[in-house]
Design a protein around this ligand. Structure first.
Ligand code: TXA
Ligand code: MG
Length: 365
């Protein structure tokens, strides 16, 4: 009898992050060629990769993640020439963005070329394409000789993995191989930019900031205001085409409730302390997700404190964000109280991910 695909052995192999060993990359490429899945590092988060041109392999991605087929995948390439084979038209804007930000954490939405399987694009006539800058990702795409379709390597509705261990926690027993090159540098996913609209609009803020994009295309628009209320969300999606499937706030259901505070630093701390005490009196174990500067406020309070870095350093905060959320989750806190970190640079992506973890609600204090 064939072993059930639900219980396959998952191997973790350490790969050098900057000089990947060719034999290990070839091992992974062979699996991909055979239609299997491989978890690999990118500079943003770990990806769950399949050969983008094999429909049966793509199907396995959705099964392994428990992800609905309505959520399209990003196709990863290693050179700009591959762009020609995946899309029917490359706007001048795409060329300029590619030369400024590729390889890197920017995903461009372009017209789908006929070779791209419908499963990769959820039936859309557009395709999401990005050239990652992680040497292991690039080496793997080159060794396969085909683009790699990859969502983040987490179970559907869970936080993206920034270490191989995170991916193992979510996908062990469902995939044959994880390439481990240590923690991801950026820590939040790529910026998804729609070039099919005029002006171009950010569908998901990510590793390339709005400010950076505007140095190349000054009219790039920030993501549309997100709507917390589900009814509003539905009404909204009826009046306008769904901009990016999978970007609905209800797409994310945090394992643990998260309350996101916004206001002056003093007001946020005071409101979080108050809520912490109220919860502790009810016997709850409270986790707080804060900046280094906030630690003194919560020390000795009985709350589990997770610090992400200096409040004014969004690059550092972004790198630590998902591991921080997972650490509090692993400690089985009942609730996570989290401060806002502003919206400059990567701050926009950080706030987007926290807002999703908070079910779209922000508590203004
Ligand atoms: O950094 C990243 O982007 C990581 C690494 C692995 O590259 N990947 C990632 O993939 O975050 P995933 O599947 O978790 O998120 C892809 C996002 C989804 O929000 C999806 O809706 C959007 O890209 N997307 C994909 N194709 C699209 C399309 N044709 N039109 C609009 N949005 C699209
Ligand atoms: Mg994802």
């Amino acid at each position: 009898m064939q072993p059930s695909r639900q219980h396959i052995h998952t191997e973790i192999i350490k790969v050098h992050p900057t000089q990947p060993e060719p034999s290990l990359i070839e091992h992974a490429a062979r699996l991909l060629r055979a239609g299997e899945l491989v978890v690999f590092p990118t500079e943003t988060v770990y990806g769950l990769g399949a050969d983008a041109l094999q429909t049966a392999a793509l199907e396995r991605i959705f099964v392994a993640k428990g992800r609905p087929f309505s959520d399209p995948l990003i196709v990863h390439i290693a050179d700009e020439a591959s762009l020609e084979r995946l899309t029917t038209f490359i706007p001048e804007q795409a060329r300029r963005l590619a030369s400024a930000f590729w390889p890197g954490p920017l995903t461009l939405i372009l017209p789908r070329g006929p070779r791209v399987p419908h499963l990769a694009t959820a039936g859309l006539e557009t395709v999401a394409i990005r050239m990652p800058r992680h040497p292991v990702a690039l080496a793997l795409i080159r060794a396969l000789g085909s683009p790699i379709a990859a969502p983040s390597a987490n179970r559907f509705m869970h936080v993206s993995p920034t270490t191989a261990q995170h991916a193992y926690t979510d996908l062990a027993g469902r995939i044959p191989l994880i390439l481990d090159s240590g923690p991801c540098e950026v820590g939040v996913e790529s910026t998804v930019l729609n070039l099919r609209t005029e002006p171009p609009i950010i569908l998901r803020p990510g590793g390339v900031s709005l400010e950076a994009l505007r140095t190349v295309l000054p009219d790039v628009q920030p993501p549309r205001q997100q709507i917390a209320n589900h009814a509003d969300q539905m009404a909204h999606s009826e009046t306008s085409a769904q901009p990016s499937p999978g970007q609905l706030l209800t797409h994310y259901a945090p394992a643990i409730p998260l309350l996101l505070y916004n206001g002056s630093v003093e007001a946020m701390r005071a409101a979080m302390l108050l809520e912490m005490k109220r919860r502790q009196e009810q016997g709850e174990f409270v986790g707080v997700l804060v900046a280094d500067e906030d630690v003194a406020t919560f020390q000795g309070s009985g709350a589990l404190i997770n610090t992400l870095g200096k409040a004014d350093d969004p690059v550092q905060i972004a790198t630590a964000l998902f591991a921080g959320l997972r650490a509090l989750e692993d400690a089985h806190v009942h609730v996570i109280l989290c401060r806002n970190f502003g919206d400059h640079g990567l701050g926009l992506a950080i706030r987007d991910r926290l807002l999703k973890a908070a079910g779209g609600k922000i508590i203004d204090v």
